[in-house]
Ligand binder design. Structure first.
Ligand code: HMG
Length: 418
């Protein structure tokens, strides 16, 4: 039995990402933990990891990513009818991050607003729902805002510690997109009930069965890619994929993933290594600087790829692989739109990496210790240099309070956030 496919052209019309200014250099971390630096820089492929300070959380990162995108890509927020945030860094058991984001960005009241959670897969769940909302006609010409926003935390001194990070990716989803046309309804998927990574409700830091998580990721990739390949054969093979972006918990994981895909395709080890350099390298530059940003990780890889070579990829087909522990995964394809190179240049996707602050290990550890003391009280006064959106603290009835510099005005440089 065959089913009709959607013929709509839907996908990522604009993209932007935000990451905290503060970072830890992984050579510093290796030295402090008594680990050979090459284990982190080569063994994991990580150079730096972004660290969220106390005034930053999934809401501030999401708002900063979206407002940069609105400004640089001429997005009209009044046309947005869908606002979904993929996150696993929940700040409230009930009120979604998306509601805060909707308010701070002053989006229209006629809007579907919610969070999507499935570990790192939550962003893809939101993206697919947005694409299907548009392809079905339910959008009635409106656009969708999808944001992936997370802070990746593991215990200090644990094996997971060098694979932390923080950041958000905002994407505008629209018909006839200017960046990436997504092949809706042609994904290969995989799901299983596994305990590879989890975060009980009372914990800020994730728990992980590290080696098992790597094998769950790779098994999910084989399974999702096999289903995608079967659909390709049944529905007529499209153009070959010229690039592939993966979920990147750490850079080496994308290399393992590409090698596993090559194994499924029957490539030799030499051919696989050559393909990895050519087809995956540009998508990993930002991840090496930022670390794991959970839900946004795949889409930061897409941003990195578009930043480095969108113009050369116009009209070409790329593969995308999303993995979320627990687990759920999806492999799908997309075509880089004509004119994407020009827009990618305007988006200045590397801007969040330009003006960063290197933390000493003791500064990093004192931020982590302060987090353990709970949220600041909103009356506290503190100064936040260079921040556009600030988490001020919680008020007397534990409501979260945010402050945002008005659109187009200068950031809250040197001003008290409370
Ligand atoms: P580990 O035990 O610290 O490291 O755990 P290792 O001993 O496996 O070494 C790592 C690599 O470094 C190995 O290379 C070593 O050979 C190499 P590989 O065999 O993998 O190619 N190495 C060296 N290289 C150069 N010089 C040296 C040296 N020594 C060793 N001197 C692990 C690593 C990733 C497991 C750990 O960091 C961890 O648990 N991280 C968190 C979990 C994670 O990221 N899992 C990835 C898959 S699950 C996923 O992606 C979902 C996730 O994003 C969450 C979500 O969905 O929400 C995490």
């Amino acid at each position: 039995m065959t089913f009709p496919e959607t013929k709509s052209l839907v996908g990522i019309d604009a993209i932007s990402f935000a990451t905290p200014r503060a970072y830890v250099d992984l050579v510093d971390l290796a030295t402090a933990r008594g680990v050979p630096p090459e284990k982190l820089t080569q063994g994991l492929g990580a150079l730096r990891m972004s660290i969220a300070d106390r005034h930053e959380d999934p809401v501030t990162l999401a708002v900063d990513a979206a407002s940069a995108m609105f400004d640089r890509a001429d997005v009209d927020p009044s046309q947005i009818g869908f606002c979904a945030v993929g996150t696993e860094s929940g700040i409230d058991h009930s009120k979604p991050v998306a509601s805060y984001v909707h308010g701070l960005l002053e989006l229209p009241s006629r809007c579907r607003v919610y969070d999507a959670k499935h570990a790192c897969f939550g962003g893809t769940a939101a993206l697919m729902a947005a694409c299907e909302w548009i392809a079905s006609g339910a959008a009635r010409g409106r656009t969708a805002l999808v944001i992936c926003s997370d802070i990746a935390r593991y215990e200090i001194g644990s094996k997971g510690e060098p694979t932390q990070g923080a950041g958000a990716v905002a994407m505008l989803i629209a018909e006839r997109p200017r960046l990436l046309e997504i092949e809706v309804g042609r994904s290969g998927g995989h799901a299983a009930d596994v305990h590879d990574f989890w975060r009980p409700l009372h914990r800020r830091d994730a728990l992980v069965d590290g080696k098992f998580s790597v094998s769950c990721y790779l098994d999910a990739l084989s399974s999702a890619f096999e289903e995608w390949s079967t659909l390709e054969r049944e529905r007529g093979r499209g153009e070959a994929l010229v690039r592939c972006a993966y979920h990147v918990p750490y850079v080496k994981m994308a290399k393992k993933a590409d090698a596993r895909r090559a194994l499924v395709e029957g490539l030799t080890v030499e051919a696989a290594e050559e393909r990895f350099r050519r087809e995956v390298g540009s998508s990993l530059v930002f991840a090496g600087e930022v670390g794991n940003i959970y839900t946004g990780s795949l889409y930061m890889a897409v941003a990195s790829m578009l930043h480095h070579e969108a113009r050369d990829l116009e009209g070409r087909r790329v593969g995308l692989f999303s993995y979320g522990s627990g687990c759920a995964a999806e492999f799908f394809a997309a075509t880089v739109a004509a004119g994407a190179g020009r827009l990618a240049r305007r988006l200045e996707l590397d801007r969040p990496l330009r003006d960063r602050v290197r933390l000493s290990i003791s500064e990093y550890e004192s931020i982590r210790r302060a987090e353990g003391e709970g949220d600041p009280v909103a009356q506290e006064s503190h100064t936040v240099a260079g921040a556009s959106t600030v988490f001020v603290g919680v008020d007397a009835v534990e409501r979260r309070v945010y402050q945002r510099a008005a659109r187009g005005s200068s950031p809250l440089e040197g001003r008290s956030a409370a």
